[in-house]
Design a protein around this ligand. Structure first.
Ligand code: PLP
Length: 368
């Protein structure tokens, strides 16, 4: 492969080598339908189940709360529409303006069906929890707050939000796709969570819901599966691969955070000489997402020029497309110049200092 300096780990990650090997073993030795009654089916089921059990134990959640889906998009949809089916008289949803499209779009669909969707406001870049308290109503179906905003790395205070929701007996859903395996997460802080395998060095095409309350109605009906919430033949290799990537991420979490923090400091120090460059750092942010603005530069053009230098960054989260203003950067900085010229650099424990040096060199070139 040609030279590649990849800084888009929040969009997706490469497959861990050990996960890749393990998945090949599953595809050759444990591929039987785990609902089959013959010995091969029983052995395959035991193998897959042992990984699911370890994954749940590593995440400190009950095994029964873990439901596999095709990814975080499906998990978010399953939770939102599944809850709406369970409580048809509750037509009010509270969320944030900084959710991923996989939450914003289903909320839009529910709005078209007559639901009232309200956004909890931000005050100086922080979610306004007093406003949240006052916005919860008798007919509030759920509060949904993304754990880590994907463009700036803004961390939402789930513990405090959950305390408010508990007081008013409203469930809290959180899209934890950019949090699990990247920072320490406590599932006591949510009622339901969503996450995805391909953000944590696992295979694409699988994700999960964590349902700590059993009140969601299924959206997919059919043949037997691992859970009555989602029918269909379970994908053995994807499940084992996802479980292993999750186990690796949690077991190595401290080291990975440490490595990424060092890289982040190195970048921030080294780029101090670039005058146009401003680091958009939320008050409470995660280490692996770095957001910068190159003031007066068009962010999509910067992404293109950096790409010509073999440095791969993104203008926003991959799913938000060609938007000219970053809502997330505007929320945390209240500065339109920063919001129209921001790019996201997402780091990994796989990132090297040499790659950062190449990126800084490329940034200097494009801002000349
Ligand atoms: C915060 C967040 N939620 C949901 C998703 C969607 O995940 P998936 O690709 O697994 O459907 C993403 C991926 O970009 C994300 O960053």
């Amino acid at each position: 492969m040609s030279v590649m300096n990849y800084f888009d780990y929040s969009a997706t990650t490469p497959l861990s080598m050990s996960v890749n090997q393990l998945m090949q073993e599953v595809e050759t030795s444990y591929f039987a339908n785990i609902n089959a009654k013959h010995d091969f089916g029983v052995r395959s089921k035991a193998f897959v189940q042992s990984y699911i059990d370890t994954m749940a134990k590593t995440l400190s959640i009950p095994v029964s709360s873990l439901i596999f889906t095709s990814g975080a998009t499906e998990s978010n949809n399953m939770i939102l529409f599944g809850l709406a089916k369970s409580y048809p008289h509750k037509k009010h949803i509270l969320t944030t303006s900084l959710e991923h499209h996989s939450m914003i779009s289903p909320c839009g669909e529910l709005q078209r069906q007559g639901y009232e969707i309200e956004f909890i406001p931000y005050t100086q870049g922080q979610l306004d929890l007093i406003a949240l308290k006052n916005m919860i109503r008798e007919d509030t179906l759920c509060v949904s707050v993304i754990a880590v905003e994907s463009e700036t790395g803004l961390l939402h205070p789930l513990k405090s939000i959950k305390a408010i929701c508990d007081e008013r007996q409203v469930p809290l859903h959180s899209d934890m796709t950019q949090a699990i395996g990247k920072i320490k997460v406590d599932f006591k802080d949510v009622t339901y969570a969503s996450f995805s395998s391909h953000k944590i060095y696992g295979p694409k095409g699988i994700g999960a819901c964590v349902l700590l309350k059993e009140d969601i109605k299924p959206l997919i009906y059919g043949g037997r599966s691992l859970s009555k919430l989602r029918a269909g033949t379970p994908p053995n290799a994807l499940i084992v691969g996802f479980a292993q990537s999750c186990i690796e991420a949690i077991q190595n979490l401290e080291q990975r955070i440490h490595d990424v923090e060092q890289l982040r400091k190195y970048f921030v120090n080294e780029c101090a000489s670039i005058q146009q460059l401003h680091v958009n750092r939320p008050k409470n942010g995660v280490p692996h997402i770095l957001n910068i603005s190159l003031v007066k530069c068009d962010r999509h053009e910067v992404v293109r020029l950096l790409s010509l230098e073999h440095c791969y960054v993104s203008a926003s989260s991959a799913c938000s497309g060609q938007e000219n203003v970053s809502k997330a950067v505007l929320t945390i900085t209240q500065n339109m110049d920063y919001a129209t010229s921001s790019i996201r650099i997402s780091l990994s424990h796989l990132t090297t200092k040499d790659e950062i040096t190449s990126l800084i060199k490329a940034l200097k070139k494009v801002t000349l």
